[in-house]
Design a protein around this ligand. Sequence first.
Ligand code: ATP
Length: 379
Amino acid sequence: DVLPKRDKPDPVVRVSGLAKRFRRRDGSTVPAIDQVSFDVEPGDFVVLLGPSGCGKTTLLRSIAGLETPDEGSISFGGTVRFCSASRINVPPERRGVSMVFQSYALWPHMTALSNVAYPLQSRADSRRDKAEIARRARAALKLVGIAELEGQYAAQLSGGQQQRVALARALVSNDSLVLFDEPLSNVDAKVREQLRIELLTLQRELGFAALFVTHDQAEAMQLGNRIAVLQAGRIVQLASPLEVYTRPANRYVASFVGTMNEALGKVTAIKADTAVVDTDLGTVTGRLGAGRIGVGDRVAAMWRPENCTLSTCDPVAANRFRGRVRASLFVGPYTEQVVGIGDRELRVQVPGAGLLDAGSDVWVEVSEVDVLVLPAEDA
Ligand code: ATP
């Protein structure tokens, strides 16, 4: 019964039990990251997603070697580079990892070419001659589509161009792991979208693994083949974008990724994988999501705007809510209807230009397979 072990390549990076606390001025400590463990496999594009302050940057900087964790270990390609127990700590430049920052972090008085060439010159192991370094830096600038800007000073470039230079600088060393700390949040929306596509294409072509920090859930869904959702310093779900969107691990993930309508209440009955919930909006029936749920438990029934329908006559449906249109927002591919029910609001997405007059009485309907019932406390 002993199967021969398959040779699985080592993960590009393995983070085990990592923790980091910061001391506040008043002497108390804040856990910035708390027992974080995960692997990045070769070719992976892992996104660390979470709101401001959840520990994304601290985690990334610990992997880069810019922050010293209190506990845990970090290994690259099977070799431990940080281990709190044995106090091994390999400096950033010897980790074989490149990083792209939100602020670009370029030398303003150096040309695009010199900025890109910089890591090759400064790495201790590089004794390549100048011509070879310039050739590689030019090739990197070409990869990111700005070969013609090589002689421009960084300070003379637009935000989008500067970020391309920073990307070229990260790619020039051919490291197997590139870390990205919100690199697209300072460039305007159109350029950002273009850079996302180019980044994905480059990552697939060159084959490096990427670890990308963002607080933008749409960006996370577009880029990641896996998303790690962080909540207060911990990873609460690490899964594919589809899994995170359709099977969120808890209420926090459900409401952070995409938009959710929500009704809070108590479970009155459970049948197989369905729960009946007595909520402030009336009775709602939905399928049990993650977590243990029993009759009498406080839960959130949650459903997405795109899974609702609107009608003006009473639908025969398990989940229906009578309300009044507060606003009708035409977005282009769809119209977002904001429906008021007492002091509550539901969001409904209808395809195309489904404009309704504010004040119209409507029914919002959602099928029970599209309602997720999750424990109320994990918000
Ligand atoms: P943002 O998106 O705003 O950068 P983040 O998710 O990257 O947020 P971190 O910057 O990692 O979060 O911060 C995590 C927690 O640690 C926060 O509570 C923050 O205030 C605290 N923190 C981070 N760096 C320090 C520091 N140098 N000194 C003290 N506290 C810090």
